[in-house]
Ligand binder design. Sequence first.
Ligand SMILES: NC(=O)C1=CN([C@@H]2O[C@H](COP(=O)(O)OP(=O)(O)OC[C@H]3O[C@@H](n4cnc5c(N)ncnc54)[C@H](O)[C@@H]3O)[C@@H](O)[C@H]2O)C=CC1
Ligand SMILES: O=C([O-])CC(=O)C(=O)O
Length: 337
Amino acid sequence: MTKVTVLGAAGGIGQPLSLLLKMSPYVSTLALYDLRLAPGVARDLSHINTNSKCRGYGKDELADALKGANVVVIPAGVPRKPGMTRDDLFKINAGIVANLVSATAKYAPSARILVISNPVNSTVPVACETLKNLGQFKPGKVMGVTTLDVVRAHTFLSDALGADHYGREAMKSHVTVIGGHSGTTIVPIVTNAKVRSKLVNKRQYDAYIHRVQFGGDEVVEAKQGAGSATLSMALAGFQFTNEVLRSIHLEKRAEPGPLPAFIYLPGVEGGKELQSKLGTNIEYFAAPVQMLRGDVVRVDVDWVDGLSDEEKKAIKICLEELDKNVQKGKRFVQSKL
Ligand SMILES: NC(=O)C1=CN([C@@H]2O[C@H](COP(=O)(O)OP(=O)(O)OC[C@H]3O[C@@H](n4cnc5c(N)ncnc54)[C@H](O)[C@@H]3O)[C@@H](O)[C@H]2O)C=CC1
Ligand SMILES: O=C([O-])CC(=O)C(=O)O
């Protein structure tokens, strides 16, 4: 029996993500919580004839939504409008994430917590530091969801190379994304040197990297003030959540290569080695992770050895910005003490 709770379930991401989760064979109970509309969304989904039971919870029913949850996914919070950075969302979303994570610690203390709310580079430190203060921090159970960067990296690489010859499916084993989840902190790593050489000149390579780093802006601009990526994010959020669920059910990943997650490095095996290989003491970072029973148990470090000079340079730029984002999240929690 596996219960998944979505916090922010009636939003632009929450609704399609909940639909996809209703289709997952790994879910037996799907609990949808939001400040508005969650019971309606849940009633709608509950008519779908898959095995899971779906129930909605209103504003004052957070405890019931969380009780017994094995996985809690958090897309609650405000999205960007044109002209805004993800960091501009911090003021509102940091408080939302801190409150929802505190409630999760109380009512579902062994749940894995998957943070989608932006800015992920700061909201994950907010989540972890909040749990530390409560004496309830289990590092392998808190994951920032950066899968949309991976989805974009595959799609845009395929676009850049010509999908006819280099199919989208094949891209899954050739590129991953590490670092953080905003602008230059997003660092695509083309792990296959042969594929990297197909990006014929520096201009084409730079254009590809830039498109992955600023892919979110493309959607924000195109939606003209009505929000940011929701449908592609729901797919990405589902892919990551289903990976956690697959691991809980002791099933192996079906796709090539492990997915990255934005995690607290010192808390997992390989974390300190990764810090040392990258020459940094940054505590929070996204990299491919290994899971066991739904918890992150190890972060991959092998990819560091094959980095190109351009990728090393991009990581240096990433770390400078990421450190500021991480410190901001930590300061927010410390200032509440
Ligand atoms: N990690 C990633 O790759 C991505 C993250 N995002 C982020 O996801 C978040 C949500 O985006 P959308 O779904 O488009 O926004 P939305 O505004 O459509 O939905 C957010 C939902 O959260 C709910 N909510 C707000 N405060 C809440 C609280 N305290 N408890 C429960 N529910 C609450 C709202 O009522 C709303 O239904 C944003 O912060 C956005 O920036 C968006 C795309 C990609
Ligand atoms: O761009 C945004 O604000 C939403 C997001 O994180 C993304 O689409 O990657």
